[in-house]
Design a protein around this ligand. Structure first.
Ligand code: CDP
Length: 784
């Protein structure tokens, strides 16, 4: 029997984000806000060349500038065995170059000074004598036998090839292709782009030379994992390292790797005995840290005459830059292996992935995506679009025909992954209805008769988020679980400490809502803390939309542990048997008698003042949650575009997005995540590009060249939901943070292709800029 007054701020309520109070008042506390007594500042001298041998570095003039405390070079770091560091992919990366520079913008020396401006002023005074070498920026050319060898310091490395990995069943896939009526193929390039968080990366390293205590204030999406890596790499005792990741102004994967600046600032603080601050400027961020994508992909799909998908072949070449630093679990090396077949029931698949070194910045970060899911989703959805064109099928119909059916879940994919739940036809049908698809197709046919270009893009994505399970997923060997510690104080207020770390996603609100739901403590009374390794239980951090699937599950489980104890206390207070106690809406009552109830607040007080004999005092607990599977959010995105034949300009007229992330904790926060993700997808599809000239000069190291969408360019989004709970998540939630970035680029590009496919144009690589569209139209004699 339910208690009547419904609790507010529980799961499903769109309450306002608690953290926004401080953010909108300018009261956030970011790394750059931290100022410690005696703090020094660091600036990094970067290589102007993409590939050059270093003959010598003269630091005297820089060192002599008043205010300069030290100039750190690779040679100095080498004396402390810190000139090189391991990457997240088990490669090595130069902290400061000793032998060669291998990309433009690589870290060559650091100046430590009393003021940031002085540190920057000293950089041009450092004389580096370079012997410029030929650079290679194209991964195909870098694999040519005569290409300049980039990693000549690596023993046994005789070419720029990094790896060859395979997944799926080659023989079975070859057989499917041999039997197929049709084979559709697509060559596609997912260009290099950058997460570009508003706040760049930075650190304040404070090592106390007397005690050895290292306090590192860092822009870290994974403070605990970083602590362990610092302990291993720098040889610092882990119990003396405290990583504090304060407010973070966006991460999107950019703040997962460890960058040279973090290491040098820490080493400098250790050597000098004073706190050292380093904060990147915008160009530092764009030129040297954490790019994403840069994948050359070839997809082939085997089909029957009726449009049934029979098999999939994928071959890809990844441009990893000068150091292989992708963030990905060791078992699923190419990242996209697990989701390459998308939302479709494709019986067999075979994937081959190769990686190449080039003279570009390293990174390969999972920019708002679970490893390489974005690339996988883009490829399959573009391929299906082209299949529809070739087979003269409607792009919605070919999808509906091949979707994994709701009754097939849990579904084992051709590459061996078990999708937890889904109802793809329902999401697509909702999108079709909301868009008014049939009417728009009629309008398109009319316009086409008049020579006008209008396109309707369809993309149905399936995402995979929430790593672990730990037995399958790890980061540098650390199993991917996550944690929650909950303490309820005597007055019934609580503090929840998590191993994940928000970068603006609203955890302080949504995780408090989970506690409210499970225990009845109002969300406003639950203080959520993250990001301080001394103060939170060990966790793997926030990226790949894993916080809700793993940290959210841990929060529900720990709350339920406390609820079990609360029932014992309630039984004692109500003089009833524990088995007769029920819980609803924050009240504990004897079955059948809801009016005789105890609130969680009364129980919390009793946990410290009036306990049954033999029961431990307090109301607190900790949970380390290892999920049984990933969660698989999904959705259908549809875009309507009009294209100007005279300029090639694409105008996005409408965008309808249906997302299913299982149970929504806070629908307003989810909407915010989707709007942000769609904007990023729009930017990637139409605007963003980090490119390089033949000599390896990075074009796109500032926001004049690297174009991010503002409110001016961004179209209006019409968002809708279906709810298919995850069967294994304690509250049925799936992750959502990255869905829209993963799913939307293909919808935008498919809309453009839909407008021009009848002219024989089957691909335009992103970003789909006006000049590319106009050139494609012109080639077909269709431009004005
Ligand atoms: O790991 P990250 O926080 O980036 O991604 P997420 O787990 O997808 O969560 C993003 C935000 O949306 C968080 O505040 C979540 O709690 C919230 N969310 C939600 O309210 N309901 C869901 N089903 C999924 C996420």
């Amino acid at each position: 029997m339910a208690v009547e007054t419904p609790l507010k701020g529980v799961i499903g309520d769109s309450i306002r984000r608690k953290e926004d109070d401080r953010f909108i008042r300018g009261r956030g506390n970011y790394v750059d806000d931290i100022s410690l007594p005696g703090m020094l500042h660091m600036a990094i001298l970067r290589s102007p060349y993409a590939h050059a041998r270093i003959r010598s570095i003269k630091v005297d003039a820089g060192q002599a500038l008043p205010g300069v405390v030290a100039v750190v070079t690779g040679e100095l770091l080498a004396q402390h065995k810190l000139a090189w560091m391991p990457t997240l992919s088990g490669d090595t990366q130069a902290v400061l170059a000793t032998d060669k520079v291998r990309f433009q913008g690589q870290e060559v020396a650091c100046v430590i000074a009393t003021e940031a401006a002085i540190a920057r002023d000293a950089l041009p005074l450092i004389e580096v004598d370079y012997d410029v070498l030929p650079a290679v920026v194209d991964p195909w050319k870098s694999l040519d036998p005569g290409a300049p060898l980039i990693r000549d310091e690596k023993e046994g490395q005789t070419s720029n090839h990094i790896y060859h990995w395979e997944a799926g069943d080659k023989a079975k896939t070859d057989e499917a292709f041999a039997k197929a009526d049709r084979v559709v193929s697509l060559e596609s390039f997912y260009p290099r782009c950058h997460p570009s968080p508003l706040e760049t990366c930075g650190i304040v390293a404070d090592i106390n030379s007397a005690t050895g205590q290292a306090n590192l204030y860092m822009t870290s999406q994974a403070p605990h994992a970083h602590r362990t890596l610092f302990a291993i790499v720098a040889g610092l005792p882990e119990e003396k390292i405290r990583i504090i990741s304060p407010d973070i102004g966006g991460g999107f994967g950019n703040k997962v790797p460890i960058y040279p600046g973090y290491v040098v600032a820490t080493a400098a603080s250790l050597l000098i005995g004073k706190p050292v601050k380093w904060v990147e400027d915008r160009s530092d961020n764009l030129i040297s840290t954490g790019f994403a994508r840069d994948f050359h992909m070839r997809g082939e799909m085997a089909l029957s005459d009726s449009g049934q998908m029979l098999g999939l072949r994928v071959k890809l070449l990844s441009d990893n830059g000068a150091f292989f630093a992708d963030a990905q679990p060791s078992k699923f090396k190419a990242g996209l292996f697990h989701i390459v077949t998308g939302s479709y029931d494709i019986p067999t698949a075979f994937v081959e992935a190769d990686g190449a070194y080039t003279n570009k910045a390293p990174g390969g970060v999972a920019y708002r995506c679970s490893f390489r899911v974005t690339e996988a989703s883009y490829l399959i959805e573009r391929l299906v679009e082209n299949a529809a064109v070739e087979m003269k099928m409607d792009p919605a119909d070919i999808r509906l025909k091949n979707f994994i059916k709701p009754e097939q879940f849990p579904y084992k994919s051709a590459t061996g992954f078990e999708y937890d739940s889904g109802d793809y036809p329902r999401a697509m049908q909702l999108a079709l209805d909301k868009l008014g698809y049939k009417e728009l197709r009629k309008e398109q046919a009319e316009k086409r008769k008049k020579g006008e270009l209008m396109g309707i893009g369809v993309a149905s994505f399936t995402e995979v988020v929430g790593a672990g399970p730990g037995k399958h997923y790890d980061i540098v060997g650390l199993r991917m679980f996550d944690s929650a510690e909950l303490r309820v104080h005597p007055t019934g207020k609580a503090i929840l400490k998590l191993g994940v770390k928000s970068q603006g996603q609203g955890h302080e609100t949504t995780f408090a809502q989970i506690v409210a739901n499970e225990l009845g403590i109002p969300a406003a009374d639950v203080e959520v803390q993250e990001g301080d390794t001394d103060n939170t239980p060990y966790g793997l951090g926030t990226y790949a939309s894993r916080s809700t699937p793993v940290g959210g599950a841990a929060t529900a489980v720990v709350s339920r542990k406390l609820r079990d104890k609360a029932k014992i206390i309630a039984a004692h207070l109500l003089e009833a048997s524990e088995g007769d106690i029920e819980f609803d809406q924050g009240k504990f009552f004897v079955r059948g008698a809801p009016s005789k109830a105890k609130t969680i607040q009364e129980i919390a007080f009793a946990a410290y003042t009036n306990l049954p004999d033999g029961l431990e005092a307090g109301l607190e607990g900790v949970t380390y949650y290892d999920p049984p599977n990933m969660t698989f959010p999904f959705g259908t995105y549809m875009v309507v575009v009009d294209i100007d034949r005279g300029t090639g300009q694409v105008k996005v007229r409408r965008m309808v997005a249906v997302d299913d992330c299982g149970v929504r904790i806070n629908p307003m926060v989810v909407e915010g995540q989707i709007h942000g993700g769609l904007t990023e997808g729009f930017g990637i599809a139409f605007m963003e590009l980090i490119t390089f000239d033949e000599e390896g000069n990075c074009i796109g190291s500032n926001f004049t060249d690297y174009l991010l969408p503002t409110a001016w360019e961004t179209p209006k989004f019409e968002t809708f939901e279906t709810v298919t709970p995850s069967p294994h998540h304690p509250i049925g939630a799936k992750g959502v943070g990255e869905s829209a970035t993963v799913g939307s680029p293909a919808a935008f590009v498919n809309a453009v292709i839909d407008a021009v496919a009848h002219l024989g144009i089957t691909n335009i690589d992103m970003p789909v800029t006006s000049d590319k569209v106009w050139a494609a139209l012109n080639e077909k004699g269709a431009a004005e």
